[in-house]
Design a protein around this ligand. Structure first.
Ligand SMILES: NC(=O)c1ccc[n+]([C@@H]2O[C@H](COP(=O)([O-])OP(=O)(O)OC[C@H]3O[C@@H](n4cnc5c(N)ncnc54)[C@H](O)[C@@H]3O)[C@@H](O)[C@H]2O)c1
Length: 327
């Protein structure tokens, strides 16, 4: 079998992780990298025996089988348009954009092209998430409580609203995606931000956000996000149904029911590998286990944007799912 040739657009932290995982998969080669910082592209290319390219066009002209877009939220758009125009399968990191219009435009292009796509919501590949879904199969969810309680990540764009979209869009999106996966679609959100940025120079994002979520099923939920700590305190989701309490994080599942509590440990690295393996398998036509294609990530993005809008305006917001039903 010929190797699968992958190109990376963006060479920062998450691109380095994907390149490491991809290089460890049988028959996959990271053959090219481009970044607006040429030295970053060169360094990542050197680490994996690939070539650095001066721009996206040159990379896409080098004979790829798939492209990864691993740029910050504000930089989405042009890279995806170019990958789709080149007819290449596309892996995109979350969040898929800062705004709604860019993401729906890309979703529309993808829908027309019928290309394989995947988005980096790797939590969906945790075995404990499957176990949680199985436990909830016969028990309607009543309540979810999600949280992302963390520091400001050490990347310069993160604490700026117009670069990252803020903590809910940028970070808590993983938890909102999990909430949708375990409890179904979210039909209305309300939220409040505390209006004070985290203690980082130049920051203008909210230091804390609290939201309420209403689900189509009748379940209700909350999301709490903060970035004012100096460490990652907790990121995860608790789910409650009649006689059942579940607590899911990347590192474990705690189940409590009439039989008492039990804990299942989880290694997040397995999900980070699985998300890349599933995409590569789909690119090769060897499998269809992409759990979050672009259109599905758009639905999570709609919820995250709705929470951000609700926090900014003080009004209840309906996530714009109706507008994405065609993609
Ligand atoms: N799924 C996950 O677990 C996970 C983990 C970490 C980061 N992420 C996401 O990945 C994205 C990137 O995060 P990061 O930590 O790698 O950031 P980073 O700042 O370390 O890297 C981003 C890279 O993109 C480059 N870049 C910016 N604009 C570009 C453009 N137009 N074309 C090409 N390159 C460009 C930058 O120079 C930088 O090297 C973020 O949206 C983040 O949320 C996801």
């Amino acid at each position: 079998m010929a190797g699968t040739r992958v190109g990376m657009i963006g060479a920062g932290g998450v691109a380095q992780r994907h390149a490491r995982v991809l290089s460890g998969l049988p028959g996959v080669q990271v053959v090219g990298v481009t970044d607006v910082v040429p030295a970053a592209a060169q360094s990542l290319a050197d680490a994996h025996g690939g070539r650095a390219f001066p721009d996206v066009e040159a990379l896409l002209g080098s004979g790829l089988d798939a492209a990864y877009v691993c740029v910050p939220p504000f930089a989405h758009g042009d890279a995806e348009r170019a990958v789709v125009a080149a007819g290449l399968p596309l892996f995109v990191e979350k969040p898929i954009s800062l705004d709604w219009d860019t993401a729906t435009e890309i979703a529309g292009l993808i829908a027309k092209s019928e290309l394989v796509t995947a988005v980096g919501h790797h939590w969906r590949y945790l075995a404990i998430v499957e176990q949680a879904r199985a436990l909830l199969r016969d028990r309607p969810v009543r309540l979810v409580t999600g949280a992302w309680l963390d520091k400001v990540p050490p990347v310069s764009w993160w604490p700026h609203q117009d670069r990252s979209g803020g903590p809910v869009v940028e970070q808590a999106a993983h938890v909102l995606d999990l909430a949708r996966h375990l409890a179904g679609e979210i039909t209305e959100v309300t939220a409040a931000g505390n209006g004070t940025p985290p203690p980082v120079d130049g920051a203008d994002v909210d230091g804390a956000t609290a939201a309420t979520l209403r689900f189509a099923s009748g379940a209700v939920g909350t999301l709490a996000a903060t970035c004012v700590l100096g460490w990652k305190e907790r990121a995860g989701l608790e789910v409650y149904a009649d006689g059942l309490a579940l607590a899911v994080t990347e590192t474990g599942l705690v189940v409590r029911d009439a039989d008492g509590p039990r804990t299942v440990d989880s290694d997040p690295e397995t999900a980070r590998i699985a998300v890349d393996q599933a995409f590569i398998d789909a690119v090769r036509g060897d499998g269809d286990d992409v759990r979050v294609p672009y259109a599905e990530a758009l639905r999570t993005h709609a919820v995250a944007l709705a929470v951000a809008e609700a926090a900014a305006t003080g009004r209840a917001v309906t996530p714009r799912t109706a507008e994405v039903s065609h993609v």
